[in-house]
Design a protein around this ligand. Structure first.
Ligand code: NDP
Length: 606
């Protein structure tokens, strides 16, 4: 009798060979340059469709802290600064608070990480999310709730774009200029512009010739589609043939809604996303009150999720979802093999990761066959790469949408859309006539900070941040940059770099900024700057570990996680640099650092 093992191993080898082949055919020489900015002839597509811009007089104001952005970063930091009694002003390009959730109002928008850990300041504001994965309107409403609770809306300038930030050496503060002609003098400037805020278009030949209607998902045109973000049918599409270009996390969420409402829908796919189970459910308030609500509950959930998701040991997995599933599988395999006598080393960890990932992706591919009735469509919807090569997706209606007679998947075999014409979209040599194109083509990642932010920062002696970062970001704690006093970056890079729950990075950074500014105010400290030695030592430390974004494996299918499959050299490594002992250890380290009163690594000048 044949031993069944070799068959399984042959299968696995064949699958891994396919991963490589699928990747190779997607690598393009132009890498991140294949995309277009929404400027020039596409500038109108970047405009705000949600809130009308109202003219106002330029302002001259002095503030202690100016925060660029009023998304989760600005709101959480703003909240902590208000708690610390610090005068703060938020400057935001959108017409209201919310950042990502202000712009992304496409149908079906929803968080992918459990609401209890994704939504900031739940305990402080007393909000209990209504669902395990809250939808966009509830998240935007929560942003407005935070703004209301901390009085941040009246401390914000909306529809205002920062154009310039220049250090004024005499006054020892920054002068911030905006597109409204404002001149804002700020002792401290904090940048929280987010990693994914600048929409991009695919550089498809002929894209400018399309005569129908077109928009990017982050500027959803409800005037054209009809319906609303709360789920009302998009009656404007009832007689329209619609194309969606892109099948990333955004498309996965809006396709089921377009499938329901459009007369005909073509989904143009270059690379399928992996679609794991969503299993959303309403929050049971009795359970919440009984089991969850207790002082410090959100902190407990945050710590538990981050611990379990990054492979740490916890008594219980509170969230228990797709994010924690893979980590639990890896951990269980390590425990099992260690119990069988294997040494716990890098090799065992790599094998446990490889085995768990393979198992998971086989399940995800099998799920496509279970759900999608047409075998060719099902085959084309299968993802052939390790799960963390691209943003994992979770949905219970996306695959189902392809069973509708009005929906067609146009798989381009990794080549992408060939051309756009006046009438429609050309792929695989065939022209598909459509009335409307929805670009679900994502956001710029990996381009220069100044290009994405839309402004540069000029420090003492005219030194520009773009020069300091010409070979990629350098920092202490991902927050302070030597040569730029009183400048703070609120993000994830060169710190915890926790991608599965980005807001956790922001929650910690907010507390750190507030602690430093409160200390400076109390002690009469006028300048706060990272020393060169502390920054160099920090960079040496964090370059030891590469995070997911920018550090995505070179042998992964191309995407923004791995700079479209091209080695970005030192720039890329710096962009992906992360605290070597992982997010939980970083959060512990930074909490101690900000509370011990020493602020090691900072030069504090009176
Ligand atoms: P992505 O960058 O993930 O997806 C862009 C899509 O456009 C990809 O499928 C890409 O294909 C495709 N594409 C690009 N060029 C072409 C072309 N020439 N022809 C055909 N297709 C093309 O953007 P998203 O907006 O979907 O997501 C961005 C990120 O935002 C996510 O990764 C996630 O981090 C976040 N997000 C989070 C959500 C949540 O938490 N709920 C929801 C939505 C987004 P290819 O893959 O081959 O490059």
């Amino acid at each position: 009798m044949d031993d069944p093992r070799p068959v399984a191993e042959d299968h696995r080898r064949a699958v891994l060979d396919r991963y490589r082949a699928e990747r190779d055919k997607r690598i393009r020489a132009d890498g991140i340059d294949q995309y277009l900015e929404l400027t020039g002839r596409f500038a109108a597509m970047a405009e705000d469709p949600h809130v009308e811009r109202v003219e106002r007089e330029p302002l001259r104001r002095e503030v202690t802290a100016l925060f660029v952005g009023a998304g989760f970063a600005g709101l959480t930091t703003g909240a902590r600064l208000v708690e610390a009694g610090i005068d703060v002003l938020l400057v935001e390009k959108g017409g209201g608070v919310g950042g990502t959730w202000y712009w992304n109002r496409y149908p079906g928008a929803q968080c992918d990480t459990h609401s209890f850990v994704y939504l900031p300041l739940l305990e402080e504001t007393g909000h209990v999310p209504t669902e395990k994965y809250a939808h966009g309107p509830e998240i935007l409403e929560h942003c407005e709730r935070i703004a209301e609770h901390y009085g941040l809306a009246e401390r914000s300038l909306f529809h205002t774009v920062v154009t310039d930030i220049v250090w004024d050496g005499d006054a020892r503060r920054y002068l911030v200029r905006t597109d409204r002609g404002d001149e804002l003098a700020a002792r401290h400037v904090i940048l929280g512009t987010g990693p994914l805020h600048k929409p991009k278009l695919p550089g498809i030949p002929g894209i400018e010739t399309f005569a129908g209607h077109a928009f990017h998902t982050s500027r959803w045109d409800w005037g054209h589609t009809g319906g609303d973000r709360f789920g009302a049918p998009m009656t404007g599409l009832a007689d329209q043939r619609v194309a969606v270009i892109g099948t990333g996390a955004t498309a996965v969420q809006c396709v089921p809604h377009l499938a329901r409402d459009a007369a005909a829908l073509c989904v143009f796919q270059r690379t399928p996303s992996s679609i794991d189970v969503r299993a959303n459910e309403p929050t049971d308030l009795d359970w919440f009150e009984r089991e969850v609500q207790a002082p410090g509950w959100q902190e407990r959930w945050l710590t538990n999720f981050t611990l379990v998701q990054t492979g740490g040991w916890a008594e219980e997995d509170l969230v228990h979802d797709g994010w924690t599933d893979i980590a639990r599988r890896i951990r269980d395999k390590v425990v099992e093999r260690a119990a069988a006598g294997e040494a716990v080393d890098a090799d065992l960890l790599a094998r446990a990761f490889g085995d768990s990932d393979f198992e998971k992706m086989e399940e995800i591919r099998a799920r496509v066959d279970q759900v999608v009735t047409d075998p060719d469509t099902a085959e084309a919807l299968k993802a052939w790469y390790p799960q963390l090569c691209k943003r994992p997706c979770f949905h219970d209606e996306y695959l189902e949408a392809f069973n509708r007679p009005t929906v067609r998947l146009v798989d381009t075999g990794g080549r992408g859309v060939e051309r756009i014409t006046e009438r429609g979209v050309v792929a695989n040599g065939e022209e598909f006539e459509v009335d409307c194109i929805v670009f679900a083509s994502g956001f710029e990642v990996g381009t220069d900070h100044a290009r994405r932010a839309g402004f540069d920062v000029t420090g003492p002696e005219g030194r520009r941040l773009s020069e300091a970062w010409d070979e990629g970001m350098v920092s202490l704690h991902g927050m302070h940059v030597h040569g730029f006093p009183n400048l703070y970056v609120v993000g994830a890079a060169q710190a915890a770099n926790l991608i599965s729950n980005y807001p956790h990075n922001l929650a910690e950074a907010a507390k750190t900024v507030a602690a430093i500014l409160a200390h400076a105010e109390a002690e009469g400290i006028v300048e706060v700057e990272a020393t060169a030695e502390a920054q160099d030592a920090w960079m040496d430390l964090v370059l030891q570990r590469q995070g997911l974004i920018g550090g995505g494996a070179a042998d992964c299918t191309p995407g923004y996680y791995n700079n479209e499959g091209h080695d970005a050299g030192l720039r890329g490594r710096r962009g992906a640099a992360s605290y070597p002992d992982g997010p939980v250890a970083f959060f512990r380290y930074i909490a101690e650092w900000r509370t011990d009163g020493r602020f090691d690594g900072l030069d504090l000048r009176r």
